[in-house]
Write a protein that binds this ligand. Structure first.
Ligand code: PLP
Length: 377
């Protein structure tokens, strides 16, 4: 084996920003302001502007962003205990945990074979009179949004809570609202994760909520800060989930480069599309330039373990996001055992994530494709 193709090296991802990050961290250290303050306010304003929403609220992580949105809807009387929230069966467990945590009922929907996203059809198949919200997850960086999904949500008066942990900077066309809108500005509220492996990652945990809804924004901000709307005045039994100013300062360095980071991923994805030609390896659906920011490049193959072993033998590291659909996780055994999501289950057994991060060059992608083309099951 001559060369290694690393799946993800976070130190290498952050290296180009290190001088500015050092400066930003020092600025916070010397500010004497270690909770909230100017860095968090500025990051929130910059994220809202980049997303195209009126409000952004920093949180401790992406899971909390989802939990706080749902909790705020419960506190505001828009959702109540036992209401059903439809969520894709192949998402990361965080999406579903947030729904349970708010006392709501997660209802997993199956996904499309080529995009791996929940669709209007798969949502319609699990709607019941108790459905009150849907949680489109922009999985692998691809926007989960369509006219049909919007119409379905509108006609059933469903809240739309985007899980935008994986698709910062992606865009979808929105009929009736003129042109394209960013992931995070498509539904009623959205959760972002800045977990270090995300397209824009912090140096630890961090997350945010975006919304145009002033009432929701105020409730979410209070819930994230002990339920307090002003000092020593608690209107909700809230939590402590604030965006750390050190992480806000790091994110302020990296956020302006989201377009460049995403373009680099797109170039790698385009190379895979051009070069992988092996009937044993199924490619994902192609995407319009901004429709997917390629958080993961996911192929499918029948003999996954053998394929991954072959790739590793040739120096190519891979990953599997995610090997177990949410309804088959032990913590949901019983509760979600009635779920019918055959496509999500099939994908969980056959999917393989190829390297696509800032550590992967276009020539790496070409070489990886050649290795894949020589694979024989
Ligand atoms: C789809 C999805 N939702 C939610 C989360 C939760 O984000 P965090 O790890 O920041 O809590 C993640 C990432 O981990 C994710 O990939």
């Amino acid at each position: 084996m001559d060369k290694s193709y690393i799946f993800l090296d976070l130190e290498a991802v952050n290296r180009p920003y290190m001088a500015e990050i050092r400066h930003a961290l020092e600025r916070v250290a010397l500010s004497g302001r270690y909770i909230g303050g100017g860095e968090v306010d500025a990051l929130e304003a910059e994220l809202a502007a980049a997303t195209g929403t009126r409000f952004a609220i920093g949180t401790g992580n992406g899971l909390d962003a989802l939990r706080i949105i749902l909790r705020a809807y419960v506190e505001l009387g828009c959702l109540s205990a036992g209401d059903e929230v439809v969520v894709p069966a192949n998402t990361y467990i965080a999406s579903v945990l947030a729904i349970s945590d708010a006392g709501l009922t997660p209802v997993p929907a199956d996904v499309d074979a080529s995009t791996s996203l929940m669709t209007a059809e798969t949502v319609a198949a699990v709607l019941t009179p108790r459905t009150r919200a849907i949680m489109p997850v922009h999985l692998y960086g691809r926007v989960c949004w369509s006219e049909a999904l919007r119409e379905l949500a509108d006609s059933h008066q469903l809240k739309v809570i985007e899980d935008n942990a994986q698709a910062i900077g992606a865009r979808a066309a929105v009929a009736g609202r003129g042109g394209c809108h960013r992931a995070g500005a498509l539904g009623d509220a959205a959760a972002f994760s800045f977990y270090p492996t995300k397209n824009i990652g912090a140096l630890g945990d961090a997350g945010a909520i975006t919304t145009d809804d002033a009432e929701l924004a105020a409730a979410a901000r209070a819930i994230a800060n002990y339920g307090s709307d002003r000092r020593y005045h608690n209107i909700y039994k809230g939590v402590n989930s604030r965006l750390d100013p050190l992480q806000a300062a790091v994110l302020r360095v990296k956020l302006p480069h989201a377009g460049r980071e995403n373009a680099r991923r797109r170039a790698v994805a385009d190379t895979y599309f051009d070069c992988i030609k092996n009937p044993a390896v199924e490619l994902p659906a192609p995407a319009a330039p901004d429709e997917c920011v390629w958080h993961q490049f996911v192929v499918r193959t029948a003999h996954r373990d053998a394929f991954r072993e072959y790739l590793l033998h040739h120096g190519v590291q891979t990953d599997v996001n995610y090997p177990v659909p949410v309804h088959l996780q032990p913590c949901y055994a019983g509760e979600l055992s009635g779920t019918k999501a055959p496509e999500a289950e099939l994908q969980s057994r056959t999917l393989v994530c190829l390297p696509v991060s800032a550590c992967t060059s276009v020539s790496d992608a070409r070489e990886i494709s050649e290795i894949i083309n020589s694979y024989r099951p």
